[in-house]
Design a protein. Structure first.
Length: 140
């Protein structure tokens, strides 16, 4: 991790709290996107659901994490890269959902250009999801 958790929170203008430190720590320890329920399970009731939702919302608003949608439609979040900002996320990269373990990964090295829409359509957001077997499951 390039910066400490405290530094990341400070740089993004967030107050340093035990909840924010614990939740952000989970993202730094994970190689895949995490859902609210994943975090809740790992923290084993340490913080209430509303606090966790607010923490995730604050992280997304400040450009620390971005939404990742999987095939089930459930929302997961993944760490943003350093070029994300409060007013502009850089999350238009390939997301990959493993058919074995169910984890969803950001494949930031795979650039996906924005779709070109026919006249009259206005693009507000987009994402791309690929499915297959992840590296860990492929060797298992």
């Amino acid at each position: 991790m390039a910066h400490s958790i405290d530094e990341v929170l400070k740089v993004h203008g967030l107050k340093i709290t035990s909840t924010r430190k614990r939740v952000l720590g989970l993202y730094y320890q994970s190689d895949h996107a995490l859902a609210h329920s994943d975090i809740e399970g790992q923290l084993d009731g340490e913080f209430d659901r509303v606090t966790l939702y607010r923490t995730l919302a604050a992280f997304e608003e400040k450009g620390i994490i971005h939404k990742v949608l999987d095939e089930s439609g459930s929302v997961k979040y993944s760490l943003c890269n350093s070029s994300c900002q409060e007013d502009r996320h850089q999350d238009h990269h390939l997301h990959f959902q493993c058919e074995k373990c169910g984890n969803t990964f950001c494949l930031e090295g795979v650039h996906i250009p924005a779709p070109e829409l026919p006249g009259g359509y206005q693009l507000s957001d987009w994402y791309m999801l690929a499915k297959g077997i992840c590296q860990s499951c492929a060797v298992a």
